[in-house]
Design a protein. Structure first.
Length: 82
């Protein structure tokens, strides 16, 4: 399980909170069941962590940078993140 647990957490952009807390396991954003809301996917979640291209999920479809899986990134791989 990958857990974001930095030694010195930075403030979360208020616009990112809903993208992270209400995300789905689908790669792309999908329309909510009532047709009015947007449920953010893994690609959006990965971009919210540190910007586009810095992280990608194993089950996402875009990205680059560090691949997020059940085993990666390791503490060593994330120790130098700003």
């Amino acid at each position: 399980l990958f857990v974001l647990d930095p030694d010195e957490p930075k403030a979360l952009d208020p616009n990112s909170a809903s993208k992270m807390m209400g995300s789905s396991l689908e790669p792309d954003d999908i329309e909510g069941p009532e047709g009015e809301s947007l449920i953010y996917g893994l690609n959006t979640f990965a971009s919210a962590i540190a910007g586009p291209g810095r992280y990608s999920f194993e089950h996402g479809t875009t990205g680059g940078g560090t691949l997020i899986t059940a085993m990666t990134p390791t503490d060593e791989e994330t120790s130098g993140l700003l």
